[in-house]
Design a protein around this ligand. Structure first.
Ligand code: NAP
Ligand code: HSE
Length: 429
C-alpha cells in the first residue's frame, strides 16, 4: 500500500467543512491525481469538544502545537480567517518546513510579501488561490499563464455580498437598508456587514491582485476605498436612464509607473461585460499587452467553490512532493509610488438637489467651468412643487478627481443648492 501524504487543517468552519467533505468524497480521484492518497491528520478548531459532521473526533485539536508535532503533516491548510492568530500560525507552519495553502485575503494582503519570503527561506510553498474570487482561478493565471504580459489593468467585482445587494437595488428599485436586511437574512451578509459594504474585503483582494499583476508591493492602505452605504434607489434609476449599471468596482492600473488602485461604486456602461455580472457572482478582467482582455467569472464564495480553489493548491503541492520537485523561485516585487486620487482623471456622475429657479444651472456650470470641468450632459429628473426643488443629474467629461472635489465643495456652498448627493466615477472616455 502506498504511504499517504499528511494534510492538516487550521479551521473547520464553512470552507474547512467544505474542504473536508470534498477530500472525503473525492479521495480516490485525488489519490490518482497525486500518486498517493491524502490523509487528514489534524484539524485545529477553537472548540475541539464540539461534534462536527464528517470529522472524526480523533483528528480534532485545539492548539497549533498539536498540529506541528505531527511529523506526517506535510501540508497545512489555513482556513481560520482574520489577521491574528492566522498570520503567526502560517508563519510557524512555514518555519517548521510545512507547505501552506490559505484562503485568507486579510493575511495575504497585509503580510503576503513577508510570508512568501519566509516560505522561500524554508524551501516550502505558500499558495493562496482561494483568497481572491473564491472558486474563480485568478491567482494562478496571473502568476503563470499571463506572466508573459505587461498587465495594464485589473478591473474586478470581487465581493459577492455587495454585488448581490447592488443587483437587487438595480433590478427591484429597493433601498439600501432593505437589501442589506435581505442579504443578512439569506446569509450573504454578516451580522456586522462593515467589511463587505465599506469595501474593506474587496480592498484586501485588490491589493493581492495588483501585487501579482504589476509585480509591485501593494498594501491595502494603498487602495482608495469607498463603500456602497450612501447609494440610493434614485442613483440606480438615473443610472438606468443613462444606460449604466452601478457596480462596486475594484480597479488597479499602473499609470506612468504609478499605482492607481481603488474600490468604489462606479457607473459602468451596460455594454461592458462587467455590467452584466449580477448577484453573488464575481468577475476579474485583466488587460495585458499580448493577450488583450480576458475575463474570469464565477462563484466568488461558498464552501464548495472555495474548496475547489483550496484543493487545487493542495493537489499542486502534493504532486510536487511526490515528484520531489523543489519550489520555484518567487518573483521579487518592487516598491511603487501611489498616485493620489486627486490626480486620477475620470468622467463623473453627480446628483444635485437645487431650488427650481432661473439661473441655478448657470451658476453650477460656471463653477465647473472655472475648474476646467466640461459638462457632458445635464438632465433635470425630478421637480418637487411642494419644496420648490429639482434634481439635476450632471455627467462630466474626463477631469482630475481633485478639480471635481474642489468644484463640488463650491457647489455645495451655493445658497440655491439643497444637497449634492452621490458623486461617482464613470467608466469610459
Ligand atoms: P468560519 O466559518 O468562521 O470558520 C473558521 C474556523 O476556524 C472555525 O472552525 C473556527 O473554530 C476556526 N478558528 C477560528 N479562530 C481560531 C483560533 N484562534 N484557533 C483555532 N481555531 C480557530 O470561516 P470561513 O467562512 O470558513 O472562512 C475561512 C477563510 O476562508 C477566511 O479567511 C475567509 O476569508 C476565507 N474565504 C471564505 C469564503 C466563504 O465563502 N466563506 C470564500 C473565500 C475565502 P470553531 O469552529 O471551533 O469556531
Ligand atoms: N464576504 C465575501 C464576499 C466572501 O461577499 O464576496 C469571502 O471572500
Amino acid at each position: 500500500m502506498t504511504e499517504s501524504l499528511g494534510v492538516s487543517l487550521l479551521g473547520a468552519g464553512n470552507v474547512g467543512g467544505g474542504v473536508l467533505a470534498a477530500l472525503a468524497a473525492g479521495a480516490e480521484r485525488y489519490a490518482a491525481r497525486v500518486g498517493r492518497p491524502l490523509e487528514v491528520r489534524r484539524v485545529l478548531v477553537r472548540d475541539a469538544s464540539k461534534r462536527r459532521k464528517g470529522v472524526s473526533k480523533r483528528v480534532l485539536v485545539d492548539s497549533l502545537d498539536a498540529v506541528l508535532v505531527d511529523s506526517r503533516t506535510r501540508i497545512v491548510i489555513e482556513l481560520m480567517g482574520g489577521e491574528r492568530p492566522a498570520f503567526d500560525y502560517i508563519r510557524r507552519c512555514l518555519e517548521s518546513g510545512r507547505h501552506v495553502v490559505t484562503a485568507n485575503k486579510e493575511v495575504m494582503a497585509k503580510h503576503g510579501g513577508e510570508l512568501l519570503r519566509t516560505a522561500a527561506a524554508h524551501g516550502v510553498r505558500l499558495l493562496y488561490e482561494a483568497s481572491v474570487g473564491g472558486g474563480i482561478p485568478i491567482i494562478s493565471p496571473l502568476s503563470r499563464d499571463l506572466l508573459a504580459n505587461e498587465v495594464t489593468a485589473v478591473t474586478a467585482i470581487i465581493n459577492g455580498t455587495t454585488n448581490y445587494m447592488l443587483t437587487a437595488m438595480a433590478q427591484r428599485g429597493s433601498d439600501y437598508a432593505g437589501v442589506l436586511a435581505e442579504a443578512q437574512r439569506l446569509g450573504y451578509a454578516e451580522p456586522d456587514p462593515t467589511a463587505d459594504v465599506e469595501g474593506i474585503d474587496a480592498a484586501y483582494k485588490l491589493a493581492i491582485l495588483c501585487g501579482l499583476a504589476f509585480h509591485v508591493d501593494v498594501s491595502p492602505a494603498d487602495v482608495t476605498r469607498r463603500g456602497i452605504t450612501r447609494l440610493t434607489a434614485r442613483d440606480f434609476r438615473y443610472a438606468e436612464e443613462l444606460g449604466y449599471a452601478i457596480k462596486l468596482l475594484a480597479s488597479g492600473r499602473l499609470i506612468e509607473g504609478e499605482l492607481v488602485a481603488s474600490v468604489q461604486p462606479v457607473f459602468v456602461p451596460k455594454a461592458e461585460p462587467l455590467a452584466r455580472v449580477d448577484g453573488v457572482l464575481n468577475a476579474v478582467q485583466v488587460e495585458g499587452d499580448l493577450v488583450g482582455r480576458v475575463i474570469f467569472e464565477g462563484p466568488g464564495a461558498g464552501p464548495m467553490p472555495t474548496a475547489s480553489a483550496v484543493l487545487a493548491d493542495v493537489l499542486d503541492v502534493a504532486r510536487d512532493l511526490v515528484a520531489s520537485r523543489p519550489p520555484s523561485e518567487t518573483i521579487a516585487y518592487r516598491p511603487v509610488v501611489v498616485r493620489p486620487s486627486s490626480k486620477v482623471v475620470s468622467r463623473f456622475y453627480m446628483r444635485v438637489t437645487v431650488l427650481d429657479q432661473p439661473g441655478v444651472l448657470a451658476r453650477i456650470a460656471t463653477i465647473l467651468g472655472k475648474h476646467d470641468i466640461s459638462i457632458a450632459s445635464v438632465i433635470q429628473f425630478e421637480t418637487d412643487a411642494r419644496s420648490g426643488t429639482a434634481e439635476l443629474v450632471i455627467t462630466t467629461h474626463a477631469s482630475p478627481g481633485g478639480e471635481l472635489e474642489a468644484a463640488v465643495k463650491e457647489i455645495t456652498a451655493l445658497n440655491v443648492v439643497s444637497e449634492v448627493g452621490n458623486v461617482l466615477p464613470m467608466v469610459g472616455a
